[in-house]
Design a protein around this ligand. Structure first.
Ligand code: TMP
Length: 211
């Protein structure tokens, strides 16, 4: 069985971290060897870029710069972490990937989508996730969860209109990539959401072991 690449996406407050644990549980049950990583981040330089990108102090970062920093982090991450793991037949579970650049910089910041797709073709012409879970939550619920956590990062300080565009972006991505993406209603009870996530991962694992 070759390594598979699974990504998890959604607006802040959608419950990615909790559901990441559900994914890990299933992979452990199937005795699959995997790594868990994240973007921006996942390498030493990527984590440095992450702290610049998320820092909630008011430094001016334009939308284009933000996008290029996301892809700079991604380039290093793909070369140093994702591809080597997949080559060793490990599965890679990644907390956000290029869909987030489309959703946040493309739809949220309203940058040109074709500019993002040029960067995608430059940075990873030969790599796409095998499965993407998109956790969908109405913005008022998601932001309520985020505000409860306190200490907002640079993205979390954006307004409701921004997050509505990001959410609509993810919905568009899910609609245009039905073979790869599964949209999950993450406003439901957490136990129900976790059960749905685990079922999707179980089905995916079974499909891989049958192929
Ligand atoms: P999170 O991993 O804790 O959700 O924080 C990462 C933040 O970075 C989140 O607000 C989404 C944002 N982001 C982008 O805007 N574009 C990207 O390409 C990626 C990977 C993340």
């Amino acid at each position: 069985m070759s390594g598979k690449f699974i990504t998890i996406e959604g607006t802040e407050g959608a419950g990615k971290s909790t559901n990441l644990s559900s994914i890990e549980k299933v992979l452990n049950d199937f005795d699959i060897s995997y790594i868990v990583t994240r973007e921006p981040g996942g390498t030493a330089v990527g984590e440095e870029l992450r702290s610049v990108l998320l820092k909630n102090e008011s430094i001016n970062i334009s939308g284009q710069t933000e996008l290029l920093l996301m892809f700079a982090s991604r380039m290093q991450h793909i070369n140093d972490v994702i591809k080597p793991a997949l080559k060793l037949n490990k599965w890679v579970i990644c907390d956000r990937f290029t869909d987030a650049s489309y959703a946040y910089q493309g739809y949220g910041r309203q940058l040109n989508l074709s500019f993002i797709s040029s960067l995608e073709n430059l940075v990873h012409p030969d790599l796409q996730p095998d499965l993407t879970l998109i956790l969908d939550v109405p913005v008022n619920i998601a932001m309520g969860r985020v505000y409860n956590r306190g200490n907002l990062d640079r993205f979390e300080q954006e307004d409701v209109a921004f997050f509505n565009r990001v959410r609509a972006g993810y919905k568009e991505i899910a609609k245009n990539n039905i073979d790869r993406c599964r949209e999950i209603d993450a406003s439901k009870d957490l136990v129900e959401v976790q059960a749905e996530v685990m079922q999707i991962i179980r089905d995916f694992c079974k499909k891989q072991s049958n192929s």
